[in-house]
Design a binder for this molecule. Sequence first.
Ligand code: OAD
Length: 247
Amino acid sequence: MTIRHAAQLIGGARRGLALTGAGVSAESGIPTFRGVGGLWTQYDPIKVASIDYFMEDPSAYWRVSKDRGRVALAARPNAGHHALTALEASGRLIAIVTQNTDGLHQDSGSRSVIEVHGSSRTVQCLDCGNREARGDVQARLDLEMPPRCKLCGGAFLKPTVVLFGEPLPQAALQQAFALARESDVMLVVGSSLVVYPAADVPLVALRSGAQLIVINAEPTPLDELAAVVVRGKSGEILPEIVDLIGG
Ligand code: OAD
């Protein structure tokens, strides 16, 4: 019944907007941050993923990032990513705002993807600014730790993701809020909705009159403001919604 209601709202959307979080990539094998098996149940995020800690000890950062990077580079989009791509192609979604840095929405064929936490597919040297593909740096991690810049030899190569203590990419964030203000249906998928300012995107949409749909494995702080909450796996729920909407 709830899935039917969600399908009705999305099917009728003129300017639907999605916000996705780590949960949407969980079924592609990339562990989430919070919740069961989450990265932050193993590590302290402020230690592992803050810019201060990175600058202090880039090797410590890379030792954790090495495993996650290997998994993320091998990951393929799942049925949830593909369903969101289908919703964009059929005109139900105008864009996907994502907190994910794994690039799987783009791999799935989604066109309008706004990465508010950056991308882990590129690595940048903080000394000279040179950029390299993450795959190239990944291949060097067994040989040198921390990895060194190919151009200047610098020891501060950082994936182009937002670490704690760093500002978010302002253009992406502004675009996300502008789209939220114009949206009529806001679909949140696989986000714990506890990390700001990304979690403000659905709040801005709500304030602008959008109907909120939350699809998540666990409760979120915005559930009580939602028109529909569907609890479960996005890789199962989203394709079902696409089927219910039909062409
Ligand atoms: P979290 O790991 O905080 O939350 C993922 C959510 O997805 C949880 O609420 C899970 O219950 C849910 N979930 C897990 N598997 C799911 C599935 N198959 N289908 C649907 N839901 C599922 O991830 P985010 O909210 O994206 O930031 O985390 C936000 C930010 O915190 C990340 O971007 C990262 C992290 O620190 C930075 O690195 C800046």
